[in-house]
Design a protein around this ligand. Structure first.
Ligand code: COA
Ligand code: ZN
Length: 299
C-alpha cells in the first residue's frame, strides 16, 4: 500500500500508552504533579490519543492510585483523545466522573491468561465489559475494547485467528467504537499480523482498529510496517519504550514511540507528531522514573 493517498501523505495515528502501560509497573510512585506535566507535554507533541491512567483498584496497582487527580489535572488539547483503562463498573463510574474521553476495557483472548490476569473466565469478563459498555454508551463516552494475547499467549501458545475474530464481532455488537489487538508479550510476527489485520479491516471497516505491540523480540517496528501495508492506521507505543520490568533482564516494554515516529516520517507517512518535541519528553523520562530507558533515537 502506498504512503500517499489522494495526493496527501497517508495519516498514521500514534497513541501513547507510557503514562499507563509504562508507569503502572514502575516501583517508584511518580508524584501526581509530575504525571500531569508528563501527560501535558505529550499532549503538545501531536499524538492522536494518550492513555492517561487506569481506574483500577489502588491495591492492585498502587502506582496509579491518583487516577482521578491526574485525569482532572491535565490540560485538554483539541484533537487529542485522553483515554483510560477501566477494569469494571466501579472504574467506569470513576473514569466518567473525572471527565475521561474514552474508556479502554480489557480482556484476554485465552482462558488461561484471562484467569491469571483478571481472575475471571472470558465469559465472566465479557459480561462485565457489556455492563461497563452500556454505562459508557449511556453517558456518551466512547468505548474501546482491548484484547490481550491476540497474537499468542505465554501460557497457551498459538491463538487461532478465528478466536480473535469471534471476540471482535462481539465487541462490535456491544457498541464499541474501537478495538485494540494486543501482542501482550511480543509473540507476533509480520506475516501473521498482516493476515489478521486484513481480515479485521475487511469485516469491520467502520470500527477503529488499533494494534499494540511489545518489542520483546525486536519485531515491534516490522509488525507495524506489516500492519500498515494491510490497512491499519493506529498504533499504541510508549515514549522511551517505557514498560517491561527494569528488574527482569530481557523483559521489554511497548514499542518505542519515537522509534516508530522517526521511521514512519522517513518513509513518507504523516504521524502528526513533532519528533523534536517528543524527543524532549523522552529525554526527561529517566528522571521521572528513576532509571535509564531504551530509546535508541535519544541515545
Ligand atoms: N477502582 C477502585 N477500587 C476498586 C476497583 C476500581 N475500579 N475495583 C475494585 N476495587 C477495590 C474494591 O473496592 C475492593 O476494595 P476493599 O478491599 O477495600 O473492599 C478491592 O478493590 C477488591 O475488589 P474486588 O471487587 O474483590 O475485585 P478484585 O480483588 O477481584 O480485583 C480488579 C479485580 C481487576 C478490579 C483488580 O484486580 C484490578 O484493578 N486489577 C488491575 C488490573 C490491571 O490494571 N492490570 C494491568 C493491565 S491489564
Ligand atoms: Zn501492553
Amino acid at each position: 500500500m502506498s504512503t500517499v493517498w489522494n495526493g496527501a501523505r497517508r495519516r498514521i495515528h500514534m497513541q501513547e500508552v507510557g503514562p499507563r502501560d509504562g508507569l503502572q509497573m514502575e516501583s517508584v510512585f511518580v508524584p501526581t504533579d509530575d504525571k500531569i506535566a508528563f501527560v501535558d507535554a505529550l499532549s503538545r507533541t501531536g499524538l492522536a490519543k494518550i492513555e492517561v491512567t487506569a481506574f483500577v483498584s489502588p491495591k492492585a496497582i498502587p502506582a496509579l492510585r491518583d487516577a482521578e487527580d491526574v485525569m482532572r489535572g491535565i490540560a485538554r488539547v483539541p484533537g487529542v483523545v485522553h483515554t483510560a483503562l477501566v477494569p469494571n463498573v466501579r472504574g467506569a463510574e470513576r473514569a466518567i466522573d473525572a471527565g475521561t474521553d474514552e474508556l479502554n476495557l480489557v480482556m484476554s483472548a485465552t482462558e488461561t491468561h484471562n484467569l491469571a490476569n483478571l481472575r475471571m473466565t472470558r465469559e465472566q469478563s465479557f459480561a462485565g465489559l457489556a455492563e461497563v459498555a452500556s454505562i459508557a454508551v449511556d453517558a456518551g463516552v466512547a468505548v474501546n475494547i482491548s484484547l490481550s494475547c491476540a497474537f499468542g499467549c505465554p501460557m497457551e501458545g498459538d491463538v487461532a485467528d478465528l478466536v480473535v475474530l469471534r471476540w471482535c464481532e462481539r465487541y462490535v455488537e456491544l457498541g464499541a467504537s474501537g478495538s485494540t489487538l494486543c501482542d501482550t508479550t511480543g509473540m507476533a510476527y509480520p506475516g501473521q499480523v498482516a493476515a489478521l489485520a486484513r481480515t479485521v479491516r475487511n469485516r469491520w471497516p467502520g470500527t477503529q482498529l488499533t494494534m499494540h505491540f511489545h518489542d520483546t523480540r525486536g519485531l515491534g517496528l516490522p509488525n507495524i510496517l506489516a500492519a500498515i501495508d494491510a490497512g491499519v492506521d493506529r498504533f499504541d507505543a510508549s515514549v522511551g519504550g517505557l514498560g517491561g520490568c527494569p528488574y527482569a533482564p530481557g523483559a521489554s516494554g511497548n514499542v518505542c514511540t519515537e522509534t516508530v515516529v522517526h521511521a514512519l516520517e522517513l518513509m513518507g507517512y504523516d504521524t502528526g507528531v513533532d519528533l523534536a518535541a517528543l524527543l524532549d519528553v523522552s529525554r526527561r523520562v529517566p528522571a521521572l522514573v528513576g532509571h535509564d530507558v531504551a530509546s535508541p533515537i535519544v541515545k
